[in-house]
Write a new protein. Sequence first.
Length: 104
Amino acid sequence: MKFKDFLAGVLTGIAAGIIVNETIDRVNRNVAADVVLNTVKEAFKSEGPIDGSWIVMKTEPYQNNVISMDVYRGGISRVKNGDLEQFEFAADARTGTVVEIIKM
């Protein structure tokens, strides 16, 4: 085996490893908590103004029947018809999809 062939094989293996690693990291990456909060706020704003909002920046485990995932927990408050309404939500950390909304 020539040295050039060996070197070409090693470089190809390294390049393939880097590409696979980047792809795996991209798939396992969470959506930023502030992006999730802004999405939820925009959805609530379509029904009227909101007074306040919050989100926990650290994910926590969540299970709903057979589905388990890591979620961000947060909340929204607004005044509707003169009454204060408060909601808490859970959003999938990987996709940002809201999986639960509870009116308090």
